[in-house]
Design a protein around this ligand. Structure first.
Ligand SMILES: [Zn+2]
Ligand SMILES: [Zn+2]
Length: 252
């Protein structure tokens, strides 16, 4: 049997009524990872070295900003910005030389090469995020376990059939994992069943979001909402994955 540290959370997520059990897991991982960055990670020299280099994406910087530990955040930012400035400083000579590169095609192209090299370095910085990397690693382990249980655990297969499918982001990740996680004999059956399930669940979401639009038409004002009242939120979740729902937070 696959490691329980992965099977237990996957089973638990499939026992939860939600649009995507992997988003449910991802949300939890994300909160833990952000908390870790501003807590225990502060004491780990190796981790700090890596986070100084890789940094965080905008979403996770934003979560850290609202995480309530401004001193830890400032320490992380101080050393990360220092790294970024060092990376930029490597181009200082070339950038200065570009000033004189007005005349002649060759000189101009050298200046443009410098611009392209700096832009490419910055693009590389934008792509790395400590929290995203950690989440991706663990979600891929969860997906491996999910596929294993689908093929080997009848109980789980029933849960999978009863679920509301997954979001499109996680649909892609699951399909990417099929070749290495499922034996050939199971891969075809899974792809077919999974595709059918996803199509059915997307039909359901489409019905709900369409019904939501009709409620703004006076001719339908007495129509029952059914499950459509929070359709915009669930449609976004289904297309792109977990988002914060402030409407729900206000209610509770
Ligand atoms: Zn998802
Ligand atoms: Zn991130």
């Amino acid at each position: 049997m696959k490691e329980q540290i992965y099977t237990i959370p996957v089973n638990e997520a499939y026992d939860t009524d939600c649009e995507c059990p992997l988003c449910f897991l991802e949300h939890r991982l994300e909160q833990e990872a952000v908390e870790y960055e501003l807590g225990a990670a502060m004491m780990e020299a190796d981790h700090r070295e890596e986070s100084n280099n890789k940094g965080f994406c905008r979403r996770h910087f934003e979560m850290m900003f609202y995480g309530g530990n401004k001193l830890s955040l400032a320490l992380v930012l101080d050393t990360h910005l220092d790294e970024l400035r060092k990376k930029l400083a490597k181009f200082s000579k070339e950038a200065k030389a570009a000033e004189n590169a007005k005349g002649g095609l060759f000189k101009k192209s050298t200046a443009l090469d410098t611009a392209a090299a700096i832009a490419s370095m910055l693009a590389g910085c934008e792509k790395t995020c400590m929290v995203c990397e950690k989440i991706d690693y663990t979600i891929n382990r969860y997906i491996d376990v999910l596929l294993y249980m689908w093929a080997n655990d009848e109980e789980f297969k029933k849960k999978f059939d009863r679920s509301k499918g997954v979001c499109l982001k996680h649909m892609k990740m699951i399909l990417d994992a099929v070749p290495q996680s499922l034996k050939d004999k199971d891969a075809g059956a899974f792809i077919s069943a999974f595709f059918e399930k996803q199509t059915k669940e997307l039909d359901r979401i489409q019905e709900d979001i369409h019904k939501f639009t009709l409620k703004f038409d006076y001719r339908y004002k007495d129509m029952e909402w059914g499950t459509a009242h929070d359709a915009p939120f669930r449609t976004i979740e289904k297309i792109s994955g977990y988002i914060k729902n402030e409407d729900e937070e206000k209610k509770s």
